[in-house]
Design a protein around this ligand. Structure first.
Ligand code: PLP
Length: 430
């Protein structure tokens, strides 16, 4: 065990999981690559945890942060006007498509979702909320309450009265066998049934990830969330889209994942990639909802000048370089190479949208989820110089979310490593 790993184990929580049997210390980066303390360089197809959406050492972001630091004052307070905050809020409000939108900045996705849940439950005067099975929304008391994944939920204690819907996770065999249309109809019937048989009439909101991140990049058929929205509207129930993993053009087809479903939500939450490594999150919501809170509110470090400089520069870069189109192009190139992997008996599914794609591993004999095979692919890819993520409720899904500015050459290299590694792992278990 390395000296740093031993020290980590001694003072950090055991549940703070590290990737790989022999964890890596990343010490530098450039483009889509990172280098570890031993000098090995890897192509990073998970860009941190979907946090470095432009990759590493991007001049525009670094210089924006340096300019801010050079002013000699990192005056962190929401009690004073901050130009960077207002500018970023204006951009996000416009991009969100939400009418009369207002923005509140936080430091993380968890806080963003907490805020959105607070807006919705206060506006509707109830603690009843709807969430999706297989979801992940954060690690605070309220966000754990709407998380539908026992691997990420320590307790059933809850400040919210949560009712779960089927929704995005379609891994059950009965659901896989359905056409998209049949599946949407079944989910809408389930929602109507939950509203009649499990809730009182005053439900506050549904919170949903357009693509479930931690849940293994589970992808609902386009239109499912619009079908939900129609029913929710009949009851005045608000819609919160958790865009922490799916925002900023990553899916290639819409700027926010919810766009693929044709839904304009009442609130959207964001975090992760927006600061390209700097901590920034937030909520963009209908102005009446945002202004509906009456008590004072503050996130001391939310919207701090350094994060705002990084986030403004990152978002400008995404827009100036039309990275949504790049995500679509590179995603298609990669998926064309990965799709044939479904022929292998240990691959249950290959799915993707833009630069968010996954390979689901199964036991070739039984078809059961195979976390061991996913771990073997992850280790094998690392040996070949590629970092990927892992997830899904059974931990059997390889998750890939490379930087949005991925070059064609890097897309081909990562794709080829994945194909080689999955094929090698499959050949050992057949
Ligand atoms: N929502 C989603 C969809 C996420 O994937 C995450 C983190 O993985 C969160 C919320 C929580 O974000 P954070 O870890 O920044 O608190």
């Amino acid at each position: 065990m390395s000296e740093l790993l031993a020290r980590h184990r001694a003072v950090m929580p055991a549940w703070l999981a590290l990737n790989y049997e022999s964890p890596i210390e990343i010490t530098s980066g450039g483009g889509s690559r990172v280098t570890d303390a031993e000098g090995r360089t890897y192509l990073d197809f998970f860009c941190g945890i979907v946090t470095n959406m432009l990759g590493y050492d991007v001049a525009e972001v670094r210089e924006a942060v340096e300019r801010q630091l050079a002013k000699g004052v990192v005056h962190t307070s929401t009690l004073y006007l901050l130009r960077g905050q207002v500018e970023l809020a204006e951009k996000i409000a416009r991009l969100s498509g939400i009418p009369d939108a207002k923005v509140f900045f936080t430091n993380s996705g968890t806080e963003a979702n907490e805020t959105a849940l607070l807006l919705a439950t206060c506006a509707r005067g109830t603690d009843q909320v709807l969430a999706l099975r297989n979801s992940y929304h954060g690690r605070s008391y309220g966000t754990v309450a709407v998380t539908g994944n026992r691997g990420w939920k320590n307790s059933s204690l809850s400040p919210l009265n949560v009712h779960y819907l089927h929704g995005t996770d379609r891994t059950a065999p009965a659901f896989r066998a359905m056409s998209d249309r049949e599946y949407i109809e079944a989910c809408v019937a389930d929602l109507r049934d939950v509203l009649v048989t499990a809730t009182a009439p005053d439900v506050a909101c549904l919170i949903a990830e357009p693509i479930q991140g931690v849940g293994g990049f589970a992808m609902a058929p386009d239109g499912l969330l619009a079908a939900y929205k129609e029913v929710l509207d009949e009851h005045g129930i608000l819609f919160i889209a958790d865009e922490v993993q799916t925002g900023w053009g990553r899916t290639g087809s819409s700027f926010f994942g919810i766009g693929d479903h044709g839904v304009v939500p009442d609130a959207m939450t964001f975090a992760k990639g927006l600061g390209n490594g700097f901590a920034v999150g937030g909520v963009v919501a209908r102005g009446d909802l945002m202004d509906g809170l009456t008590a004072n509110g503050v996130a001391t470090f939310g919207g701090n000048p350094v994060s705002m400089a990084a986030a403004n520069a990152t978002l400008d870069y995404v827009l100036d370089h039309d990275l949504q189109a790049n995500a679509a192009r590179r995603g298609e190139l990669i998926m064309a190479g990965l799709r044939p992997l479904t022929e292998l008996s240990s691959v249950a599914d290959v799915r993707g949208k833009g630069l968010m794609f996954a390979i689901e591993m199964a036991d070739p004999a039984t078809g059961a989820p195979a976390p061991g095979l996913a771990a073997a692919v992850m280790e094998g890819a690392r040996e070949r110089g590629l970092l990927v993520g892992k997830g899904g409720v059974h931990n059997n899904v390889l998750r890939m979310a490379p930087p949005l500015n991925l070059s064609e050459e890097d897309a081909r290299e990562g794709r080829d490593i994945l194909v080689d590694t999955v094929t090698a792992v499959d050949s050992k278990v057949r």
